[in-house]
Unconditional design. Structure first.
Length: 156
């Protein structure tokens, strides 16, 4: 995710005419709305493949800022953290939240009005109530066997 100052250097509404695979790294990163849902632990039904979101946050997630506390070096602490790229988005689409800009663009759908690229502010995702800000429990505070107690409906 990039900040509001960096966002000013990006072509307005680039996502409306650029394919994901043609975006610059800065454009790609700016699609992240900062909701934090991808940093929540998920439960996947082995038979149906259905994915359930939980409020159980990755150990590196800061639920005040909705950012990864160690983003550049997160793989040192969470080796299975997915690096989403245009080349692998199709394989990971099933666990991305319904409101995720990467998913929406991939599915040729518009971004929500609260998305920072539309609103101009990172705070609108929180004001719209779709972020995980102040809604999580750290993964070290609950055992995996109890994650199902923290399942949430998506989108929140």
């Amino acid at each position: 995710m990039i900040n509001e100052i960096e966002r000013r250097d990006i072509e307005p509404q680039f996502w409306k005419h650029k394919k994901l695979q043609h975006m610059t790294p800065k454009e790609w990163e700016s699609l992240c709305d900062g909701c934090g849902k991808c940093c929540m632990n998920k439960l996947e039904d082995s038979e149906s493949g259905e994915v359930e979101f939980t409020t159980v946050a990755c150990r590196l997630f800061d639920d005040t800022t909705c950012l990864c506390a160690c983003y550049p070096i997160r793989h040192q602490f969470v080796p299975n953290c997915v690096v989403l790229r245009p080349s692998n988005i199709a394989a990971h689409l099933y666990w991305l939240p319904q409101t995720c800009a990467y998913r929406l663009i991939y599915e040729n759908k518009p971004l929500y009005s609260w998305h920072p690229l539309n609103s101009g502010s990172q705070e609108t995702v929180h004001a719209a109530g779709v972020s995980m800000q102040d809604k999580t429990i750290p993964e070290f505070a609950v055992t995996v066997e109890h994650w199902e107690d923290y399942i949430i409906e998506e989108p929140i």
